[in-house]
Design a protein around this ligand. Sequence first.
Ligand SMILES: C[S@@+](CC[C@H](N)C(=O)[O-])C[C@H]1O[C@@H](n2cnc3c(N)ncnc32)[C@H](O)[C@@H]1O
Length: 199
Amino acid sequence: MMLTVKLLEVLSVRKRRADLPVMRSLVSPSRDADLLDIGGGGGTATRTFARDSHSITVLEPDIRKTRFGSRRHPDIRFVRGRAEGLPFVAGAFARVTAVVSLHHSDNVDRAIAEARRVLDSGGRLVVHELYPGPEPKGIGRFLARRFHGSPPVFMEARDLRDRLEMQGFEVEVVRDGIRGYFIAAKVRDEPHARAGSEI
Ligand SMILES: C[S@@+](CC[C@H](N)C(=O)[O-])C[C@H]1O[C@@H](n2cnc3c(N)ncnc32)[C@H](O)[C@@H]1O
C-alpha cells in the first residue's frame, strides 16, 4: 500500500510539474508564515510550493497518506481531518492552500468558511482547481473513490470566486494554468460569519 501511495504522490507532482511553480509564486512562502495545506495527501506536492515556510501542516483524511507523509517528510506536520471541520484554532495560519482537493469536499462552502476561520487577519488562501470536465468513469472513478475519498465535483473559476467572496474573502488573482486554474484571495477585514468548532 505504501508503494501505491508513493506512486500516486510521484504521479501527482509529475502531472502538476508546470503548475506547481505558479502555486509557489502565489503562495509566496515566508519564514514568518505558518502554512496549512488542505487535502495535501502525503505532502510531496506540498513541499514543492511551501518550502521556506515557518511551518508546514498537511490536513488529510486518508491515514495511508498521513502515515506515508510522516515517514517521508518529517519536517511536515500531518494531521488527519477533513476540510469541512478543521481541527485548528481560529487565526492559526498565515497561508492556507488547497491543491486539487476542494473538489472532493461534500460541502465546499463549509470548507471555505473553515479556511477563512483558521487564517489570521492578513492571511491568504491559494486554491488550485482542475477545469471542469466529464465525470471520471471506469478506472478513473474507481481510483478517485479508492484513493481520494470520493469522485470529484469540479467548479468553474467564476463559481469558486463567488463562493470565496460570499465567505469573507477578497479575491486578488484568478489565473489560468495548464491543467487547471488558480485563485488567490486574502481575508477581508470586515466581520464575517464564523463557522465550525475550535480546539
Ligand atoms: C487529487 S488528491 C490531491 C493531493 C495533493 N494535494 C496533491 O496535489 O498531490 C485530493 C486529496 O484530497 C483529499 N480529500 C478528499 N476529501 C477531502 C476532504 N473532505 N477534506 C480534505 N481533504 C480531502 C484526498 O484524500 C486526497 O489526498
